[in-house]
Design a protein around this ligand. Structure first.
Ligand code: WQD
Length: 336
């Protein structure tokens, strides 16, 4: 049975492209809008190599509300998955206005276009950053939302509040997915993470160090109150994360609630050193790293309680840290 047309904003990005692959493989028809601010046109070829289908793509900034409306109408969009946003924590501290304009005004533009075209379902890309340093671990969706540590985190918090208020009017159904730490790459190595410039995130910095692009990895602090002194995060394979979005469409189509929030992680925390050791072991590589000072804004530890997603979305992460470090390295190796 032909499934519905799904608008995917930011669909050529890291998580967006992996979600487009899973949508196609599940029979949906994705329509991508992406302004290529943090992605490349070559990702479209990667998606086609995996799925044998070249998705519909518009090079568009979602702040162009009128063109968004035309695309929604032309493709009879049934549901929207919204990824398009800036996401670098450090960059948001240096340029907060650009982050509020792009991330918050971008969502408002999208919601206005959806309202005009009577599209009532949205799946939103949120983040565990809204929890800050939780006092109770693992974090559940009922954990308090603490003051954001960065303008980026604050834009996620503000966007969730906007979505909640609009959902309360009864004119919109919302699923907000709070990602933990997305990492890895598609098993084919045809798509993966394409960090711009020096990677902020741990896994791409590890793979670029192993590839000789970076001289060495600096581990930001080993004096935290953890097993080995390094920070703990819940690293989730990007393919597992992508599948959670497809499950969310099934949920939003069959559930009456106005807004539901889900933690999307593995439920398991890993220290930075554990990730480094797993990378070395799985890829038989000795990584050049040193211990440096703590990075400001880093929280000590966080990992997810995903019971709500496991039951209500019928979704559970299947892939492991070993899959993450192997797939990330395979992807790095095929990059020129
Ligand atoms: C992970 C750990 C660092 C780089 C990210 C995004 C955030 C959100 C969650 C989506 C930390 C350490 C890192 C390095 C290191 N994603 N590290 N050396 O900060 O948890 O947050 O994922 O919404 O937007 O920023 O991820 O990969 O930057 O850091 O030691 O060169 O690795 O200190 O403990 P983070 P990260």
């Amino acid at each position: 049975m032909k499934k519905s047309n799904i608008l995917v904003t930011g669909g050529l990005g890291f998580i967006g492209s992996h979600t487009v692959v899973e949508l196609i493989e599940d029979g949906y028809i994705p329509v991508i809008v992406d302004n290529l601010n943090n992605s490349e046109l070559s990702v479209l070829t990667g998606i086609e190599k995996i799925t044998k289908i070249k998705p519909i793509f518009y090079n568009l900034n979602i702040l162009n509300t009128n063109i968004l409306e035309e695309i929604i109408i032309q493709h009879q969009i049934d549901c929207v998955i919204h990824f398009a946003a800036h996401k670098a924590v450090g960059e948001s501290v240096e340029n907060p206005l650009e982050y509020y304009y792009n991330n918050v005004s971008g969502l408002i533009s999208l919601l206005k276009a959806m309202e005009k075209c009577n599209v009532k379902k949205i799946i939103f890309s949120s983040s565990c950053t809204v929890y800050g340093q939780a006092s109770q671990l693992p974090v559940t969706e009922n954990n308090p939302i603490l003051k954001a540590e960065s303008p980026y985190g604050n834009t996620k918090k503000i966007c969730e509040e906007i979505l909640t208020d609009v959902a309360k009017t009864g004119k919109l159904k919302v699923v907000s997915l709070r990602y933990f730490n997305p990492a890895g790459a598609h098993k084919s190595a045809f798509i993966g993470e394409l960090p711009k410039g020096i990677p902020n995130n741990l896994i791409p910095f590890i793979t670029q160090t192993a590839a000789g692009i970076r001289h060495s990895l600096t581990i930001f602090g080993d004096d935290y109150n953890t097993l080995d002194g390094t920070c703990i995060r819940d690293y989730i394979h990007v393919t597992d994360l992508a599948k959670a979005h497809v499950k969310s469409i099934n949920f939003i189509n069959s559930n009456e609630s106005e807004i539901e929030v889900f933690n999307i992680g593995t439920g398991k925390g890993s220290t930075v050193l554990e990730i480094v050791k797993a990378f070395e072991k799985e890829n038989s590589i000795k990584l050049n790293y040193k211990i440096g000072n703590r990075r400001s804004g880093d929280i000590e530890k966080i990992w997810a309680d995903c019971k709500k997603a496991n039951t209500l979305l019928n979704w559970k992460a299947q892939l492991t840290i070993e899959n993450i470090v192997k797939d990330a390295w395979k992807w790095q190796n095929q990059l020129i």
